[in-house]
Design a protein around this ligand. Sequence first.
Ligand code: UD1
Ligand code: UDP
Length: 381
Amino acid sequence: MIKLLTIIGARPQIIKAAAISRAIKNSFSTRIKEVIVHTGQHYDEKMSAVFFSELQIPGEDYNLKTGSGSHAVQTAEIMRLFEPILLHEKPDAVLVYGDTNSTLAGALATSKLHIPLVHVEAGMRSFNKLMPEEINRICCDHVSTFLFSPTQTGIKNLIREGFSAKTNPPYSINNPKIFACGDVMYDNSLYFSAEAKLKSKILESLSISSGQFILCTIHRDSNTDVAENLQAIFKALNNISLSANQPIVIPLHPRTAKAIAANQEDVLWQEIKNNNLIKIIEPVSFLDMIRLESECNLIITDSGGVQKESYFFKKPCVILRNETEWVELVDAGTAIIAGADSEKIIAAYQSLKTASLNFPPIFGDGKAAEFICNEILAAFN
Ligand code: UD1
Ligand code: UDP
């Protein structure tokens, strides 16, 4: 039996962790004991607790209750509180997901105690170091022992940074092992989509019809913290909803809600308030989210996870960023990068709404979590 300590903190990590916890419960419970540490980076009920119950994630063993803060404060506080847990639990390996401050803090504390680090979603790069996530990813990958990349692009990025495609055991921080394994988020979308169809009543509660609405999410700091960018995005959304006579559903991240609240008196926000087609709602549960994704006609987003889910559910996607880690979507023509530029967003929408699109498989076979567990076990036997 090996002890695997999982560290999560932000919404997408809780969702990704569900896939591994499910695999452990169903197939590896006699060989892997999982201990879950929640950093408390996300703490609102709709950003955290809702996912534990809905996705059947075992309750967390520890909650660091770190909360919000500047990058340095948040990262340092997580490290400070996490280190004694590592010393007490003595895990065989620590598993981190993605690219948030919780990922970076977990990676640094773990590697400095010489505990093997497993990074799920390794190798993703935007090549824009002004993104906090890009710094987190690069640092985390370079202190990892086991790097699981969802795409071949991720593997190529790692090799470009000096990782070897061929290494032999025993693996260590100085002899890391990279794997292409598919995407645990794809595992989840396949696993939960039937349940979402049965259980989610989100379309009914919003009085919208299948195939007749657009879904949008916005939360990147480059969009929320620069007033002109947020306004340019909403100007485009206002225009698209009115010209297409299409509702746009926006489950709003708390960060974006706070940014909008700070600019309420602006004329644009009054127009948005008066536009019944713009449906701003609170963040939704995962089942509601994947029902919205599977029944909308197009997605507009700056989220990494929602970009991928647009592909899983075969929907065109307008990317509200100047670059993406998920370049395969752009190469396949199913997504267009539009940044925070009103005209580009509208043009991307116009071009995608009538395009005939193909979605060749990119993200694995829906069994990435089993693959990851098997490889971790193999490395410790
Ligand atoms: C974080 C991640 C980002 C990820 C996103 C997923 C970093 C640097 N960023 O961004 O990579 O895509 O999570 O959603 O780690 N807030 C609340 N309630 C909450 C959580 C946050 O009100 O439960 C508000 C606070 O005002 C906080 C702000 O949102 O200051 C930003 O939260 P934070 O966790 O720092 O970053 P995110 O923008 O959520
Ligand atoms: N998500 C959700 N409810 C919402 C918005 C997003 O369940 O209201 C899910 C979404 O389906 C995806 C994940 O959260 O699985 C993406 O997280 P987020 O956009 O916060 O972060 P990112 O992926 O950009 O890091």
